[in-house]
Design a protein around this ligand. Structure first.
Ligand SMILES: O=C(O)c1ccccc1NCC(=O)[C@H](O)[C@H](O)COP(=O)(O)O
Length: 262
């Protein structure tokens, strides 16, 4: 079994257990469920940096990245640095994240927040809304076309943006539908962990113009972003490059200042 299959198998067990503790009805009663979110896609269309800065403690490909930081400090640092959006990993077992991280992030920043999660059930979309997210991630390789449609339509009905992630042409072709806002190309193969920015470059022309294009993973230089911009990308998801330092917010500030000055 590859790591992605393992993550998804564990996620199914986790979601079934959670449903028995907090019902969907209870999630819908949360104060944040009624909050009108802000659109990451709109923010990216008018942003000069396009940076979506991620809170990421560890990962299957790198194990520990940075476990000693306070999520509120990190995301506030990102917002102050000029990030256009924030990504918060909520998976516990493989990434050391939690829904509490999402809640604390929501309490700390105004800019759009992406719940970075392996969504395989509508329940997780209700959770995203109840814990303050503005955007959900759907990963094409773990979902059928019907699930992508069902989940993205539910998200839109809750006024959440949808970022659909692909890694190859087949995933892209099966996924294109009007209920998506952003198409993300993950430069990391989630089964082998191989990373290449060429993945974003190759798939760029296949993404219809109505979707905001987001390049994800393995981005560590402003030069890489300037090159990806020539392929039409407006969003750039960066985790490890910021999180591996003592002060991710300060690191992001330096990076974004350099980017917008070029
Ligand atoms: O990052 C991993 O090792 C990973 C492994 C398996 C599934 C997903 C994984 N990462 C999720 C992400 O998409 C990244 O956290 C995100 O794009 C940021 O990437 P990076 O800038 O390379 O940290």
């Amino acid at each position: 079994m590859n790591i992605l299959d393992r993550i998804v198998a564990d996620k199914r067990i986790e979601v079934d257990l959670k449903k028995s503790v907090i019902s969907a009805r209870q999630l819908e009663k949360s104060v944040l469920f009624g909050r009108s979110g802000s659109s990451l896609a709109d923010a990216l269309r008018s942003s000069s940096s396009g940076i979506i800065a991620e809170h990421k403690r560890r990962s299957p490909s790198k194990s520990v990245i940075n476990q000693g930081l306070n999520v509120s400090d990190v995301v506030y640092g990102y917002e102050t640095a000029g990030a256009t959006g924030i990504s918060v990993l909520t998976d516990g077992k493989y990434f050391g994240g939690s829904l509490d991280d999402l809640l604390l992030a929501r309490a700390s920043v105004e800019i759009p927040i992406l719940r970075k999660e392996f969504i395989i059930d509508e329940y997780q979309i209700l959770e995203a809304k109840a814990f303050g997210a503005d955007v959900i991630l759907l990963i094409a390789s773990i979902l059928s076309k019907e699930e992508i449609k069902q989940f993205s339509e539910l998200a839109k009905s809750l006024h959440l943006d949808v970022l659909l992630e692909v890694h190859n042409l087949e995933e892209l072709q099966k996924s294109i539908m009007p209920s998506l806002d952003m198409l993300g190309v993950n430069n990391r193969n989630l089964k082998t962990f191989e990373v290449s920015l060429d993945t974003s470059k190759t798939l760029a022309t296949e993404i219809p113009d109505e979707f905001v294009k987001v390049s994800e993973s393995g981005i560590s230089t402003t030069a890489a972003i300037n090159e990806l911009k020539t392929y039409g990308y407006q969003g750039f998801l960066i985790g490890e490059n910021f999180m591996k330092t003592e002060n991710p917010g300060m690191n992001a500030q330096k990076f974004i200042s350099e980017l917008v000055a070029e």
